[in-house]
Design a protein around this ligand. Structure first.
Ligand code: SF4
Length: 399
């Protein structure tokens, strides 16, 4: 493979990546000059958690590939990682379960992503900070005052709009979530929504949605980067911040605000059970012979064919496993309104539900999704018929 990856060495590709590298170097110099000094020695942090230089180099290669950059960018990814803790972050919590923070913080075998998240410069985080009440509010005011236009606003949780936003109030002055979100996001360099609650509303917005909860972009009418998932993969958040550090901008987003490098492909197309799907080998019920053999989970409710995310490629818990590998189908948690549109979670989807006018999915997604639903249903139907024919034949052979 060339240093430009699998793209070949033609002149245009070389020119494009040379220019991108120049841009990256200029921006990294600026970051190192302008952002506050880090309070953490990253190399020491790695050593303290038992990670060697070799582990870091391996992680750098994997992250460069995950970000869809050619190998020549590995040193820049390493440099961005070393500067990760210099980006000031204000982390807000609204209507949610704090599961995203928990998922990021509670790994038993920390990898480089986890260490980066541990060292992140949190100016304000309601779950982690010791301050409460007026003191907490002062911390937030100080962060907004000290880093105007320079901090990243990370949001976990949906915003209830019902009852003038009063289903969710925060702090000693009883500000609504909407008031706090408006104030903080208007001063941030960028707003990153962590998890499907802040991205799309998630369970709070599920039918009948009594609090009229929605995601941040819908509540405030602003653009957000949506790191969707319930919970999302830490790699997708870390990669997005590294991209911001390297290029001074956010990565390319899809029509739902999700970074394309992480959410550009369907689960179904990179699933290790896909050969069984293609061969018509399905788990029919939990614990049957197909389940023991690791066959496709479509008939017990897998929503991988309708879901865009990189779970199978980056996996969870230091890439040990992911839901389908562990034996449960995908529930579609990176897609908007999945509680309503992907239900029932343990049965195949009712194509009328998802193909019948989901307004949050864009036109192209609708066509793709519609085609996929019909394709999947037809394939499963065909397979069921094929199996039935075989069973009949087997039965008649014993008569
Ligand atoms: S339906 Fe689910 S388990 Fe089957 S191949 Fe697709 S993603 Fe994998």
């Amino acid at each position: 493979m060339s240093k430009y990856g699998g793209h070949g060495d033609n002149a245009n590709v070389r020119k494009h990546y040379r220019q991108l590298m120049e841009k990256c170097k200029v921006h990294m110099d600026q970051v190192e000059k302008e952002l506050p000094e880090s309070m953490v020695d990253f190399k020491e942090a790695l050593a303290e958690r038992g990670l060697s230089r070799r582990d870091f180099i391996k992680w750098t290669s994997a992250m460069t590939a995950a970000l869809m950059l050619p190998p020549m960018f590995k040193p820049m990814v390493a440099r961005a990682a070393e500067n990760f803790s210099r980006v000031p972050v204000v982390w807000l919590h609204f209507a949610e379960c704090t599961g995203c923070s928990e998922a990021f913080l509670r790994s038993s075998y920390p990898n480089v992503d986890d260490i980066l998240l541990d060292t992140i410069s949190l100016e304000y985080h309601e779950t982690l900070m010791a301050a409460a009440g007026y003191q907490a509010e002062q911390n937030l005011e100080k962060a907004l005052h000290d880093f105007p236009g320079k901090f990243i606003c990370v949001i976990e949780g949906a915003l209830p709009r019902g009852w003038n936003g009063k289903y969710l109030t925060l702090g000693p002055k009883g500000k609504t979530g909407i008031e706090v979100a408006k104030e903080v996001t208007s001063k941030a360099a960028a707003t990153v929504c962590i998890g499907s609650c802040s991205a799309f509303g998630n369970v709070q917005a599920a039918n009948p949605n009594p609090t009229d909860s929605v995601g941040i972009s819908a509540a405030l009418g602003i653009s957000t980067v949506n790191i969707a998932g319930c919970p999302p993969n830490p790699t997708n958040f870390v990669g997005t911040i590294l991209h911001y550090l390297m290029f001074g901008g956010l990565p390319a987003l899809d029509s739902l605000g999700r970074p394309v490098w992480a959410y550009g492909k369907r689960i179904h197309d990179y699933c290790e059970r896909r050969p069984h799907y293609d061969a018509g080998e399905f788990v029919d019920e939990w614990g049957d012979g197909g389940a023991k053999k690791g066959w496709c989970l479509y008939k017990v409710g897998c929503k991988g064919p309708y879901t865009f995310a990189n779970c199978s490629r980056v996996r969870f818990n230091d890439a040990i496993s992911w839901p389908i590998m562990a034996g449960h189908g995908c529930i579609g948690c990176t897609e908007p309104a999945f509680w309503d549109t992907m239900a029932p979670l343990e049965k195949p989807i009712d194509e009328k539900t998802i193909g019948g006018g989901e307004k949050t999915v864009d036109k192209i997604g609708m066509v793709l999704l519609g085609a996929t639903v019909v394709g999947v249903a037809a394939h499963a139907g065909l397979t069921a018929l094929k199996h039935k024919g075989k069973d009949d034949k087997d039965e008649s052979a014993h008569k």
